[in-house]
Write a protein that binds this ligand. Structure first.
Ligand code: PEP
Ligand code: MG
Length: 903
């Protein structure tokens, strides 16, 4: 099937009202060729030419013949016809000194491979045509300069000579005549350069430079096809998963010139403003110039409005044509054009890149203009763009003036600038005097207060689900983790050879993971301010667009979206951003803070159950208050409250000095505290004495927490607040573990209300691989599952959540893993277990409720998977809720089984 039948069409003409291809023929014509055909068909003035199909390249690629005409039977005839037509339509002739046709020869594969393959310009020049061209344009200098460029390009591309020795000749001439650049060389100099180029060509290739333009053209086409095989292109295809068999097309197109005098020019533009998305024609224009001049920044282009003054007709045509192209391609276009002696040519059009703001605005506007459907609009905005729109951002201009010191993993989006501190206490103490950043080798629950006080968090180790990442992101902090270039020693930090002290300024870019020198100003997000009632919607140019898109997303999606939130303030942000409940409240975060941590210490060092109960009794009213606040903030919505999860040593001091200080504060024996700290130390805390294992050895903890939740619910009911509490047990691996914890919760309920069930739900996290295998049995006693994909990923891969940062980059670079599995769910492994567990539970109860609360719940690619397998909801950090709502809608639009589980 790779090869064509003998009478297949191999050459497609475009332009001059005789276009044969279509814009949907990318397989055969490549992206560029299909684009040229599409543009020509919609009446755009495209310089005429023809596209040689990928079939020809494929046949040539797999042939042992080095000559194209021999390798591809039937091609010569079609090539001759194409060339003849091009000459007829253009009114010029290849090699005719009185009216020479000059062409460009360019590659163009189905998928764009920028700069990977070869291009030749000004083909058709030889010693007589260069004079013809000079006479025709009245600019001999220009003709000679084109010729010398062509010789160099041809030698390099077709004969593989490299460019360096040609550059040397040019530089030598510049030096010899004493000008500052080759732009100032005159005709005499350029004539010399051309002659010396031809000499060099002879030396390097042992051939004369071909005078016959037809010979030039065939050699150039062969070279373009050969460039499919060059090392750069092969590597690029490998990296981008593009098949070698696709091959490239080759476009032969009449050259037009924007640099032939004052009535010429070149420019680029957009059909809408790519920064704001506003529907205004936007672009830049340079008179008497070539595209290169604009790109290289040699001259500063003028606003496109200038074209209207100098060439009103070309300007009118440009607006009309590009509007038509936008309509045809149904998206904002980014185009290149040239004016040659007052006549407009469109050289290229493609879907334009844009800012997140413009992305949102253009998508919504285009629905209103009936250019696209709501479903298409939902697919056109990337969930990441919504993340960006919600976060504070750096002042773009100011940022350019600051050096990037190092790069870590971007764990929490946004921009933060502030004074740096190396301990939570120092950060807390300094925060009232201005923004601070907390820098730690890694964070642990002890650092919570410092993390809360900080605008941003930077750690030297840890991956995207490390404590700093999960907690920092949940708090909406800007967070960069695993930045290996950071070395903290006591009172200073070394970052890639620079030393900073506590109190110095740094900035963190949570979108890119960059650590930036000094302070950079930031701007808050309008959308969030409006949603929290702190700004008038009328003041924001973008809010109405956001509201509209989110409305469409909510009407479309099937998956519920909840938030992971531990405190009432976070819950309120989550609610404002559209969360339909809390999918995970990690209660351990309520145990920090002066008074509480002392009670927790007392609970841990307790020698008898009575002593422990006493300490827990002191914690009880505080927990009840916490639960009341969060349940109230989420009135009318479900709140999943998880019993204590982390290993107890996380609450303990790390050295003797700290033990003394904290023991004194808690009125405890320092020796007992230090002894407990050593006894409970674990080498891998994430697999140790935590989750329901704690609840099993210390049933009083579960009992206290469940009692506090149920009491909070009862009190809120008295106050007329409707709540939907869900108590959740972490780290369950066996049905018996869950049953044991369930009994404690049911008993607490019975004590509180006389009823074992009702008024609350009781479920479990599924995050231990074994639990996924026995999920059916566990589901018999549980009301719901919430998949803890952080721990599940950790345990399925056997990668420690906090240490995998040390090798993940190498794994990604070597292609051992296609993506970071802590960021995007590993469908084949971890995902398969999630599906298995869900299917087991749904076999017994088709309506069994299940969600996910690991970090994957906020990852758009993973959300697609959760939608496909039929989970009920995802739960993610509050700031990711809008992106998750959109991703859930996209999953529906993408038509992935319409939400039915995979069969
Ligand atoms: C999980 O493991 O996915 C989870 C949500 O729990 P945590 O991150 O608190 O361990
Ligand atoms: Mg977990």
């Amino acid at each position: 099937r790779l090869f064509m039948s003998t009478n297949r069409k191999l050459v497609y003409f475009f332009g001059g009202g005789a276009t044969e291809g279509r814009f949907d023929m990318k397989d055969l014509l490549g992206g560029k060729g299909a684009g040229l055909a599409g543009m020509s068909r919609s009446g755009a003035p495209v310089p005429e030419g023809f596209t040689i199909t990928t079939d020809v390249c494929r046949k040539y690629y797999f042939s042992s013949e080095s000559r194209l005409f021999k390798a591809v039977p039937g091609f010569k005839k079609q090539f001759d016809e194409g060339l003849e037509k091009l000459e007829k339509v253009s009114g010029k002739k290849l090699g005719d000194p009185s009216n020479p046709l000059l062409v460009s020869v360019r590659s163009g594969a189905k998928f764009s491979m920028p700069g990977m393959m070869d291009t030749i310009l000004n083909l058709g020049l030889n010693s007589s045509c260069v004079e013809g061209s000079a006479a025709l344009t009245g600019d001999r200098r220009f003709a000679l300069d084109s010729y010398r460029r062509f010789i160099q390009m041809f030698a390099d591309v077709v004969r593989d000579t490299g460019k360096e020795r040609f550059e040397e000749i040019l530089d030598a001439e510049v030096r010899r005549v004493g000008v500052s650049s080759d732009r100032e060389l005159n005709e005499v100099s350029l004539e010399r350069v051309v002659e010396r180029y031809k000499d060099l060509y002879r030396v390097l290739t042992k051939d004369e430079f071909p005078e016959d333009p037809r010979e030039q053209l065939i050699a150039a086409i062969e070279a373009v096809f050969r460039s499919w095989k060059n090392a750069r292109a092969v590597t690029y295809r490998k990296a981008n998963n593009i098949s070698d068999k696709l091959c490239t097309a080759c476009n032969v197109q009449k050259m037009v010139f924007g640099n032939m005098g004052a009535d010429c020019g070149t420019g680029v533009g957009f059909t809408r403003d790519p920064a704001s998305g506003e529907k205004v024609f936007y672009g830049e224009y340079l008179a008497n110039a070539q595209g290169e001049d604009v790109v290289a920044g040699i001259r500063t282009p003028l606003p496109i409005s200038n074209l209207a003054e100098t060439h009103p007709k070309a300007n009118r045509d440009l607006i009309k044509i590009t509007k038509r192209l936008e309509k045809k391609y149904r998206d904002m276009q980014d185009f290149e054009f040239t004016v040659e002696q007052k006549k407009l040519y469109i050289l290229q059009t493609r879907v334009g890149k844009r800012t997140p703001l413009a992305e949102l605005r253009i998508a919504v506007d285009m629905v209103r203009e009936k250019l696209i459907t709501k479903q298409e609009a939902l697919l056109r905005v990337r969930p990441e763009s919504l993340d960006q729109l919600l976060k504070p951002i750096f002042d773009a201009e100011e940022r350019k003036n600051h050096r990037v010191l190092a790069k870590g993993l971007p764990a929490g989006p946004g921009a933060a600038s502030g004074r740096i501190f190396f301990t939570a206490e120092a950060a807390v103490a300094a925060a009232p005097r201005g923004p601070v950043l907390l820098l730690r080798a890694e964070t642990n629950p002890d650092d919570i207060a410092g993390m809360m006080a900080a605008e941003g968090i930077l750690t030297a180790t840890g991956g995207l689900t490390s404590h700093a990442a999960v907690v920092g992101r949940g708090m909406g902090k800007v967070c960069v983790v695993g930045c290996g270039a950071v070395r903290i020693d006591g009172l200073s930090v070394h970052i890639a050879g620079h030393r900073f002290e506590a109190g110095d300024y740094l900035s963190l870019d949570g979108f890119t993971g960059e650590v930036i020198e000094d302070e950079v100003s930031t701007q808050p997000s309008d959308i969030l301010q409006i949603l929290l009632g702190k700004m008038d919607p009328k003041e924001s140019p973008i809010f109405a667009y956001y509201e509209q898109l989110m409305k469409w997303a909510d009407q479309t999606r099937r998956l519920g979206v909840r938030a992971n939130a531990d405190r009432p303030e976070e819950a309120l942000v989550a609610r404002a951003l559209g969360a339909e409940g809390i999918g995970l409240c990690r209660t351990e975060h309520m145990f920090f803070g002066e008074k509480r941590i002392s009670r927790v210490l007392a609970m841990i060092v307790a020698q008898t159950p009575q002593e422990r109960r006493q300490a827990l009794d002191a914690l009880y009213p505080m927990q009840k208050k916490d639960f009341k606040e969060i349940l109230k903030a989420m009135e009318d919505l479900p709140v999943t409250i998880r019993t204590l999860d982390p290993p107890l040593h996380e609450f303990l001091p790390h050295d003797n000095e700290e033990a003394e200080r904290r023991a004194r504060a808690a009125n405890l024996d320092p020796n007992a505290v230090w002894e407990a700290s050593r006894r409970l130390k674990e080498t891998n805390p994430m697999l140790g004495h935590r989750g329901c294992r704690l609840g099993t050895t210390h049933p009083e903890i579960t009992e206290m927490q469940a009692g506090a939740v149920l009491a909070a619910v009862a009190e809120l009911r008295e106050e007329g607040v409707k709540t939907y509490p869900e108590i959740m047990i972490p780290l369950v691996g066996t049905a018996a573990e869950f049953k044991g914890q369930a009994k404690i919760v049911r008993d607490a309920s019975e004590r509180a209300s006389g009823k074992r069930k009702g008024g609350y739900k009781l479920g479990t996290m599924i995050e231990v691989p074994r639990a996924t295998l026995v999920a059916g049995e566990i589901s018999e006693t549980a009301d719901f599952f919430s998949f803890g994909t952080n721990d599940l990923t950790q345990m399925v891969f056997g990668y420690s959540r906090d240490d995998y940062g040390k090798f993940i980059d190498a794994y990604l670079d070597k292609g051992i893993l296609p993506m970071d599995p802590f960021q995007t769910i590993d469908r084949e492994g971890v995902g398969r277990l999630v599906k298995l567990a869900l299917d087991e539970a749904r076999k017994l109860n088709p309506k069994f409720k299940a969600g996910v609360c690991g970090e994957h719940g906020g990852d758009p690619a993973s959300i697609g998977f959760f939608h496909e397998i039929g989970l009920d909801y995802v739960s993610c950090s509050p700031y990711r809720v809008p992106a998750a709502r959109l991703a859930a809608a996209q999953a529906v639009v993408a038509g992935k089984n319409g939400g039915e589980p995979d069969k």
